[in-house]
Design a protein around this ligand. Structure first.
Ligand code: ZN
Ligand code: ZN
Length: 506
């Protein structure tokens, strides 16, 4: 165990020990759910797991805000969606036609990603909670305290609200929008309000049937009291002075008579070179795209190893390789709190990502992949794990890998390798003899051989490396030579080098 106390354990240690805890997370499914959003749920999950390990009674909730209205036509939507602006996300058709609703279109892949990440919250939907009447009592309280809530919002946030402002937006029976209609009358016994919508319609909304919703700044503290939320991670935008956590705290204490949850404020994840991720701007890597490339435990590790208040500048190129290397190191040692909180049930292959990057570029199909791997000392019994890892590496090469790690083994001896001066050919020939004489075809021996052979031929190792790469790749650099030649196999390697040095042997 590391001596430093992990941030998730610090949160678990700072909450009361003798009450049941609920850790709340939530995301509005208004667009692709990206790895920036994932920080919310992963932060909640890490704290939740730390609390359970500490012996606290705890539950993790995920509340999908699918009853929120569509705010605008995002760049990824067709113009026809203008007709749905203002309507609840749960009531808008899905953009691809295969999901129950707009909200489900984005939620379904996200929920399956959570499963892969070993996050198993109780999933709740705002639309179902409102429509089932779950919040009836709290909505009545909020509308009944309209003046006090307005006073809090104006004093704490410093903004001025219209005189006829109300904390409840009805769904208009004519235009179908959740709108800041004027509330004319409240009948708490019948749980209805009479309203006048901006469209001109005057109607009655029954809030026990979900015919309306509390505004965000009131909805949030309402959930704290409804579910008994004791811990909640949220982004720094809610944590500013006078922001929704500040007003929520006051509303919770003075209107709903409950204590606000322990806040865990997290910073954004930005994409290296592209800035913070925003689904509305299209600068995103969705969590599902990320899981196509990064093993789920490594994604957990990315969040676990960084204190929530620190920004993560995620680099899906070479930065990903270093992240995976770091995780491999802690997992081989099988110790440390960050590893404990990151590991999940799947069985790792123990093949380094970097090595797989070489192997998949040599082997173009699964049969050859296993052939290649069986030439090396790696255990290939976990075939499913290996195939999944290979798929991730192929996706990484396709989407994020820098050109410097890409190569292709030439089918024939590259022309440049056939035009080498005699001293180069002699050095290659000496290396070939060395390889032929190797008692065991192992990466280390193959690699170290270059350092033995080069000085004997009056050249330096760097140059000999370049010559060998040239014979296989037609370029003077390539992947780590030992792994590379080991995976290519002795027969192919000695055959190709014999061809290259042929003029010399004559
Ligand atoms: Zn869809
Ligand atoms: Zn209307």
């Amino acid at each position: 165990m590391s001596e430093r106390i992990h941030w998730a354990d610090m949160v678990a240690a700072s909450v009361k020990g003798d009450i049941p805890h609920r850790v709340a997370t939530g995301i509005t499914p208004s667009g692709p759910i990206h790895i920036g959003n994932m920080r919310e749920v992963l932060t909640g999950d890490l704290v939740y797991k730390a609390m359970v390990e500490r012996g606290l009674a705890a539950e993790l909730l995920y509340i999908a805000d699918d009853f929120d209205p569509l705010r605008k036509v995002y760049p990824f939507l067709p113009e026809t969606y203008a007709a749905y602006v203002g309507k609840p996300l749960s009531d808008i058709p899905c953009p691809c036609g295969e999901h129950r609703s707009y909200a489900d279109h984005f939620l379904t892949p996200f929920l399956s990603a959570l499963k892969e990440l070993d996050i198993t919250p109780k999933v709740l939907r705002g639309s179902e909670l409102y429509r089932s009447g779950a919040y009836t009592k709290e909505i009545a309280t909020a509308i009944g305290h309209t003046a006090e809530i307005r006073h809090i919002l104006e004093h704490v946030s410093g903004r001025t609200l219209p005189a006829d402002w109300a904390p409840f937006y009805p769904v208009c029976s004519v235009c179908g929008k959740l709108s800041p209609a004027r509330i004319l009358e409240h009948d708490a016994a019948r749980h209805t309000v009479r309203y006048r919508c901006a469209c001109g319609n005057e109607g009655t909304a029954d809030y026990s049937k979900g015919e309306g919703k509390l505004v965000w700044r009131v909805d949030w503290p309402m959930r704290w009291v409804h579910f008994g939320i004791t811990v909640e991670p949220f982004g720094k935008d809610h944590a500013t002075a006078g922001g929704s956590y500040d007003t929520g705290k006051e509303i919770a204490r003075r209107v709903f008579r409950c204590e606000p949850p322990h806040p865990v404020i997290y910073e954004w994840i930005s994409l290296k070179g592209k800035g913070a991720m925003h689904s509305s701007k299209g600068v995103v890597v969705t969590i599902n795209e990320m899981l196509e490339i990064v093993p789920p435990d490594v994604l957990r590790y990315l969040i676990a190893r960084t204190r929530p208040e620190r920004t993560i500048d995620f680099d899906p190129g070479m930065g990903l390789i270093s992240l995976i290397d770091d995780y491999d190191r802690v997992s081989h040692e099988a110790e440390g709190r960050e590893y404990e909180l990151s590991r999940i049930a799947s069985i790792p292959t123990r093949i380094p990502f970097r090595h797989m990057v070489t192997v998949v570029q040599i082997a173009h199909d699964d049969r050859r992949l296993f052939q290649c791997l069986s030439r090396t000392s790696y255990d290939v019994t976990n075939a499913d794990g290996i195939l999944r890892q290979a798929e991730r590496v192929r996706a990484w090469l396709r989407k994020y890998a820098p050109d410097s790690v890409k190569f292709s083994v030439k089918e024939k001896l590259p022309v440049q390798a056939g035009e080498l001066p005699e001293e180069d050919l002699r050095a290659l020939a000496a290396y070939l003899e060395f390889l032929k004489a190797l008692p065991a075809w192992s990466a280390d021996a193959i690699h170290n051989g270059v350092y033995d052979v080069a000085p004997r031929c009056g050249t330096d190792a760097k140059h000999l490396f370049e010559l060998v790469y040239l014979a296989f790749l037609g370029q003077s650099r390539g992947p780590r030579l030992g792994w590379f030649l080991e995976a290519l196999g002795k027969e192919f390697v000695t055959g190709r080098l014999s061809e290259a040095v042929y003029p010399c042997v004559l």
